[in-house]
Write a protein that binds this ligand. Structure first.
Ligand SMILES: Nc1ncnc2c1ncn2[C@@H]1O[C@H](COP(=O)(O)OP(=O)(O)O)[C@@H](O)[C@H]1O
Ligand SMILES: [Mg+2]
Length: 355
């Protein structure tokens, strides 16, 4: 197939000798945390090239025209989008408009999953357990009689943006401080959540509907974090304390789990995947409550896929534990999406015609 890889390039990753480009002052300093670096794009390109003709498309303001002119048979979509709460939905919406098949979830699911409030409303409707929550824009809206500790997060971010070590709050004063920081830094509402104190897992899924494969479960090893910090997978833990030069032993994969709990987690994740209408692949964060019951924290239908093992990226790590190389992982996503669109048949017929 003629495959286009569509991405948002993190510019400062192109030449590591250059100092990182400074984002404009009015934007939060972690504005580019969710975009992809050049190594990831090159690795995905290399994986796709083992079977397909590949073109690279940066998802900038000219992307619609580029896609229209190129008219690929299939798009491998890893673009996180440019601005706004529906940014992850932008490329899939354009592709739907152009009737070009693509990997991963549709605009609706991508938009929903980036919005922690909407995600949780849907999970609740489908009776998928997730921590209790309150949405607030302003300290006067903070409900009385809350039971601490609580988590405070921006409603519309990912990649741990805004979920700093201070996101776990123990009293109203800390809660107000964190809420004011979120609204000032990200110009959006905050979600306050009951804090789940148990073990944390992240779960990579491949497939669709009834046919979903759960890859070996990854456990977050909080004991590997610096002494004194909170037991959360915070922005600092993800991007500052765990570096590829000195990676923390932060993930255990496969997680040591008794079979019943493993089965409960797998079923929970399948249910969450289908409740949000996800497609092809997704990584789901799960944590145990005080009674040891798994609950969903959030879904990542555009999972991070940093290629090198020392970069500690969960989806590729789970794939490796399942015996899939990086290339096999990427090709599986293409195969799963192609089946969903019935492209497999179409292209195998075409190659027969060519013969
Ligand atoms: N309700 C919660 N209870 C316990 N820990 C939480 C909760 N919400 C978030 N966390 C911690 O914060 C981390 C980041 O939060 P998450 O909602 O996954 O945000 P992001 O979209 O940025 O990954 C989680 O991996 C987990 O460690
Ligand atoms: Mg997360």
């Amino acid at each position: 197939m003629n495959v286009a890889l569509v991405f948002n390039l993190r510019e400062e990753s192109v030449n590591d000798d250059e100092p990182p480009s400074r984002p404009p002052a009015e934007l939060s300093p972690d504005i580019y945390a969710e975009w992809d670096d050049i190594d990831t794009i090159t690795a995905v390109e290399a994986a796709l090239s083992t079977r397909h003709q590949v073109a690279l498309i940066n998802a900038d303001l000219d992307v619609f025209q580029k896609l229209r002119e190129l008219s690929p048979d299939f798009v491998f979509n890893i673009a996180e989008g440019l601005h706004g709460a529906s940014r992850e939905a932008q490329i899939p919406a354009l592709l739907d408009m152009l009737q070009i098949p693509y990997s991963g979830s549709d605009p609706l699911s991508l938009g929903m999953c980036l919005d922690k409030q909407r995600t949780k409303e849907i999970l609740k409707q489908h009776r998928v357990p997730s921590p209790r929550f309150w949405i607030v824009a302003n300290p006067v809206e903070i409900p009385r009689n809350l039971r601490y500790p609580l988590m405070v997060k921006p409603c519309l971010e990912g990649s741990s943006k805004g979920v700093t070590n201070n996101a776990l709050v123990h009293n109203r004063k800390e809660l107000v401080r964190q809420l004011e920081w979120i609204t000032a830094t990200y110009s959006q509402k905050a979600i306050i959540e009951e804090f789940l104190p148990g073990r944390e897992f992240t779960v990579a899924l491949l497939g669709n509907g009834e046919d979903i494969r759960v890859l070996p479960i990854v456990e977050i090893n909080f004991a590997s974090l610096p002494a004194g910090c909170n037991p959360i997978y915070s922005y600092e833990a993800k991007w500052l304390w765990d570096t590829q030069e000195s990676p923390l032993p932060i993930f255990d994969c496969p997680a040591r789990l008794d079979p019943f709990l493993a089965q409960q987690i797998e079923q929970l994740c399948r249910n969450a995947f289908n409740a949000l209408g996800c497609r092809d692949w997704c990584r789901i964060d799960v944590r145990l409550d005080a009674l040891g019951r798994p609950q969903v924290i959030e879904l990542n239908p555009l999972p991070g896929i940093l290629p090198r093992p020392e970069q500690n990226s969960c989806f590729p790590k789970a794939a490796r534990a399942a015996g899939l190389s990086y290339t096999e992982m990427i090709l599986q996503v293409v195969d799963i999406a192609s089946q969903r669109y019935n492209l497999v048949q179409e292209f195998s017929n075409e190659s027969r015609c060519l013969l």
